[in-house]
Design a protein around this ligand. Structure first.
Ligand code: AR6
Length: 177
């Protein structure tokens, strides 16, 4: 299947998406927060937080760009992959590479757990302040590069909560096809 037909852009709420894994834009503590993180824990229930606590007890806080996997609790997805995006600091502090690592590591973890489908939010573009146009370009490039070298995933969806991210993502994806 050509790579471009595996990628789709949807406007909506990631907690409603029935894929094998949804990705959470978490923070280092993995203890929840606002934005998409809050929505995932609210909708998924306490099982997710319990699993996150165990991970932190075992390995300590998550580093930026790292990804870890838990149950999805009550959500329609099977797993939640939690990754920690970079906080935007002007762009000269390795932000693009760190953001690309979030996508790469989440995709790799999905494949290792036999997932065929995965859905991403627009990591770092809320509270963490990453400019949406630049984040969209990094996200699309990282996913396309991964799908070129690994054929295990059949579907990668970007779930854009806001209209601005939705139209930016569509434009960037079209320009690369
Ligand atoms: N489904 C999909 N996307 C959503 C949803 C949803 N239900 N809700 C919000 N978004 P943010 P960050 C979008 O702030 O910038 C948390 O407190 C939102 O429109 O959730 O990576 C964590 O605990 C935006 O485009 O994550 C961290 O402390 C995108 O999700 C911190 O925020 C990301 O916005 C992480 O900041």
């Amino acid at each position: 299947m050509p790579i471009h037909s595996k990628i789709e852009i949807i406007q909506g709420d990631i907690t409603t998406i029935g894929v094998d894994a949804i990705v959470n834009a978490a923070n280092a503590s993995l203890l929840g927060g606002g934005g998409v993180d809050g929505a995932i824990h609210r909708a998924g229930g306490p099982e997710i937080l319990e699993a996150c606590r165990k991970i932190v007890a075992r390995q300590g806080p998550c580093t930026t760009g790292e990804a870890v996997i838990t149950t999805a609790g009550n959500l329609p997805a099977k797993f939640v992959i939690h990754t920690v995006g970079p906080i935007w600091q002007g762009g000269q502090n390795g932000e693009p590479e760190l953001l690309a690592n979030c996508y790469r590591n989440a995709l790799q973890l999905a494949v290792e757990n036999d997932c065929k489908s995965i859905a991403f939010p627009n990591i770092s573009t809320g509270v963490y302040g990453y400019p949406k146009d630049q984040a969209a370009a990094v996200a699309v490039a990282a996913v396309q590069a991964f799908l070129k070298k690994s054929t295990a995933l059949e579907r990668v969806a970007f779930i854009c909560f806001d209209a601005e991210n939705f139209s930016l993502m569509q434009r960037i994806l079209q320009s690369t096809n």
